[in-house]
Design a protein around this ligand. Sequence first.
Ligand code: DAH
Length: 324
Amino acid sequence: MDLKQLKKQLSKDLNKASNSKDLQDLKIKYLGKKGRISLLSKDLGKLSQSERPKAGKAINLLKKFFEEQSQILSKEIEQQEINAILETESIDISLPVESEKLGNLHPITKTIDKICQYFISRGYSIEDGPEIESEYFNFDALNIPKDHPARDMHDTFYVDAEMLLRTHTSPVQIRSILKSKAPLKIICPGKVYRSDADQTHTPMFHQIEGLLIDEKVNFGNLKHELTEFLNYFFGKKLKVRFRPSYFPFTEPSAEVDIMDKKGWLEIMGCGMVHPNVLKEAGVDPKKYSGFAFGLGIERMTKLDYQMDDMRLLFENDLRLISQS
Ligand code: DAH
């Protein structure tokens, strides 16, 4: 076929193309496998040696012409299509939007974070332990043997003959010593369970356990550490009292009270780690001593947020838990 005529035809077709589909069809018509220009290239073989280069060059020029023209056209069509969309679709940026409600951390989580942050800055590391715990770690290893009266006070949920829901975070003391050996500085936040429910008790609540073991640790170190912590937590210098008490795993033991509006308020238990506990965990009590403490998160949260009833913390009322 006459190339000049083909070129004319091709230009005419391009002029008629008005959208991207037309253009695509033309590409197939001319450059597809059986396209008009492609077929010409295939026929080159039928020409004589002397005719072939000239004809090949002419076909290439035509191909290039088509490609250039269709590219120009493609840009024009694209612009037209965008303009059409812009004309028909519009966004009213003045319409009011319903703002998304963002989630919030629960006050208990925030209290745990606040306490952990402090102890991390003092060089403590965070430890974890199982909530379904063995009787051995929850009681025996903490110097609370089978017939010890302290077991009764714990209102334990038993899972079976040996396993129970931990009644305190203190078993993590033993687990951490076994894992990391002395010296050691850890805290462990977590859930604990007791079969108990009234205005000040819930069957599940949170504690943070602290444990420091080193050479020559004494009760003065414990008093200083906890007093500093309480001043940090409540943001002011508080009246703090260490009242002699009893825990089987510490000797001597104390309870820490702070002066609240209504008088002295008990907020945690603490003491010097009992030598039996150190021995049970494989630490030599002649070389090492340590202190431990355990505090209730709900009570700390209640004080920090000035709440009257601890049970509010478990009702998931958005008015409470969306406070920052
Ligand atoms: N585990 C005790 C409880 O739940 C609290 C406690 C008291 C923890 C004294 C300690 C401690 O580490 O030294 O009542």
